[in-house]
Design a protein around this ligand. Structure first.
Ligand SMILES: Nc1ncnc2c1ncn2[C@@H]1O[C@H](COP(=O)(O)OP(=O)(O)OP(=O)(O)O)[C@@H](O)[C@H]1O
Ligand SMILES: O=C(O)c1ccc[n+]([C@@H]2O[C@H](COP(=O)([O-])O)[C@@H](O)[C@H]2O)c1
Length: 189
């Protein structure tokens, strides 16, 4: 049976935290691949101001040098709110022989009780939780913990630093930074 990790997210923009958690989980759980799945419309937060094409382009460039990583546009193709239950159901139909591991940071672990059809979802997918500053990983839901070097990086932090004219070098991959500049993202222009 194939083992595929999924990192779902808004990726506005993708940063080194995303890449490191995908890499660590991929290695520690011996996965075949990790698929990055950008949400079209996040289920629980404001729709991103960044065009979906630009979020996709940033993910593609961020992951292109890692042959274990790939992009899936399954949620973008579906449009509407991107509930994980709908995505996993579709993936299980398309790939019945694959075991899916859904990777989430501790902020999302804390939020699990509010996920759409969470009790059914935990029957379909194995959640994998990773530490994140200021959030707790302990939960009553079945979540495997994978140890990672904890990183205080978020997309919010990247957007705020750019808006305040601070450097984000070494917080996002350099090719993502080039795209951020090309698209004039987050700088108020
Ligand atoms: N530094 C990090 N450490 C651990 N998990 C992270 C980190 N950054 C993001 N994640 C996890 O990656 C997934 C996708 O995150 P997302 O794309 O929303 O980024 P974010 O940094 O949380 O964004 P924002 O600040 O805009 O809310 C989520 O499960 C989130 O918990
Ligand atoms: O399905 C839900 O109810 C649900 C609620 C919160 C988050 N998620 C998913 O969790 C992933 C991380 O969310 P986010 O907002 O941090 O990008 C992303 O794939 C979301 O679609 C899913």
């Amino acid at each position: 049976m194939k083992k595929i990790g999924i990192l779902g997210g808004t990726f506005d923009p993708p940063h080194l935290g995303h890449l490191l958690i995908a890499e660590e989980v991929n290695h520690k759980l011996n996965l075949d691949q990790v698929w990055f799945i950008p949400s079209y419309e996040p289920p629980h937060k404001e729709k991103s101001n960044t065009k979906i094409e630009q979020r996709i382009a940033m993910i593609e460039t961020a992951i292109k040098d890692n042959h274990n990583f790939s992009l899936s546009t399954i949620e973008v193709d579906r449009l509407g709110k991107s509930y994980t239950f709908d995505t996993i159901k579709l993936l299980k139909e398309k790939f019945p022989e694959t075991m899916f591991y859904f990777i989430i940071g501790a902020d999302m672990v804390e939020y699990l009780p509010k996920w759409y059809k969470i009790d059914q979802l935990t029957q379909l997918v194995q959640f994998v939780g990773v530490k994140r500053p200021e959030y707790k990983l302990n939960t009553n839901y079945p979540v495997i913990e994978v140890d990672i070097p904890v990183m205080e990086i978020s997309s919010t932090m990247i957007r705020e630093r750019i808006a305040n004219n601070q450097s984000v070098r070494y917080l996002v991959p350099s090719n993502v930074l080039e795209l951020i500049k090309e698209y004039h993202l987050y700088d108020g222009s």
